[in-house]
Design a protein around this ligand. Structure first.
Ligand code: SF4
Length: 355
């Protein structure tokens, strides 16, 4: 396997074999000759915390490749399930962006060799759309299980002779889902051992950055998953309006988007939500969402407007008793989420709308 490919897709079995063959031990990482790898690993985790996506840096293939297992180890050592999810998603989004630039052969290679998918070429046309891929429904169900938008439900897909018709970006997105599950499983496997001091220092650096950004990235006081039942009535009104195709005001879209970002819905899922139910341009929608999330432009992460402002714009609807106690929709969500979690043991499942 080419080092460049291994650096791009370090989760591939061949890339893992390449790393294993180097037989690098924990104490080796403490040696100054490995400092570039340790620095890049720390940077990967920091990018995941702050930006929500790990950048693909392909100037130095081996550093990029070797920093991936080290970054995973650091996340695992940190032992915070919110960080596990955030890191897994940030690495998976990195993969998605890379896959979007690849030809279909690479998608086939990864889908078939890594995930054993039954993915085939096709040339189906439906409603003016061409579908160049079809995926066996069982594989589809597994890889889409991490997504909760209506668009990914099997009933909303075109199914032909047991195969789901897909476009290239959808195949890339499904691979992203598989990668996210894979990384999440890996980093949630807790490790604990005596660390050489350079690694300990890096872990402290990550902990500091995570704590500084905890509130900003929605890791504080809010549940790890997005709980649909905990949405305040105004946000339910906005979301249902969007899903039913009602034309929404700018304020309504801003309030809903900033709310979804702040309760921890991944950017990808929000983009999907808008693009799947509207005719919005994907690139522009993504830019606007990333702008509200503070990843673009003036780097300010916006929160939803106060209840008073939403009332002025006619968005405060169907108030209930919690509304009498709060002044901000996120405070409503905090209170209601605690109630939902308390009343519904996790094994019974809550209606979670993101991954
Ligand atoms: S009071 Fe606030 S949280 Fe409740 S519906 Fe109105 S705007 Fe939303």
């Amino acid at each position: 396997m080419l080092e460049r490919d291994a650096a791009k897709y370090p989760f591939l079995k061949e890339a893992v074999r390449l790393v294993d063959a180097l037989n690098i031990q924990l104490n080796d990482l403490a040696d100054p000759s490995f400092s570039k790898i340790l620095d890049r690993a720390t940077e990967r985790v920091t990018e995941a915390i702050i930006e929500g996506v790990v950048e693909a840096k392909l100037e130095d293939y081996m550093t990029e490749l070797l920093s991936y297992p080290v970054a995973s180890m650091l996340v695992s050592l940190k032992g915070d399930s919110f960080l596990d999810r955030r890191y897994a998603l940030a690495e998976a989004v990195r993969i998605y962006f890379l896959l979007m630039k690849e030809d279909s052969k690479t998608l086939f290679d990864i889908a078939i060799n890594e995930f054993n998918w039954d993915l085939q070429n096709t040339k189906e046309n439906y409603d003016g759309q061409t579908y160049p891929f079809k995926l066996f429904f069982n594989n589809y169900l597994h890889s889409s299980s991490i997504f909760h938008e209506d668009k990914w439900k099997l009933v909303n897909r075109i199914l032909k002779n047991g195969y789901v018709l897909l476009q290239q970006n959808e195949v890339a997105r499904l691979i992203q889902g598989e990668v996210e599950m894979l990384i999440r499983e890996r980093v949630s496997n807790r490790v604990n051992f005596d660390l050489p001091s350079p690694i300990k220092l890096k872990l402290e650096e990550i902990s500091k950055i995570f704590e500084e950004n905890r509130r900003k990235i929605g890791a504080e006081d809010l549940p790890l998953e997005v709980i649909r039942e905990a949405f305040p009535p105004c946000m339910t009104y906005c979301l249902e309006g969007l899903l039913s195709g009602r034309r929404a005001s700018h304020m309504e879209r801003f309030a809903l988007t900033s709310f979804l970002i702040n309760v921890g819905m991944p950017i990808e899922s929000i983009v999907d939500l808008y693009v799947s139910v509207t005719d919005f341009d994907e690139a522009l929608t993504r830019y606007q969402i990333e702008h509200i999330a503070g990843l673009k432009g003036n780097k300010t992460r916006y929160t939803p407007p106060l209840c008073d402002t939403l009332r002025t714009h006619g968005i405060c609807r169907n108030k209930d008793e919690i509304c009498e106690r709060i002044k901000h929709p996120l405070n409503y969500y905090r209170i209601k989420a605690k109630r939902v979690i308390a009343s519904q043991p996790k094994e019974n499942g809550t209606n979670i709308i993101n991954n």
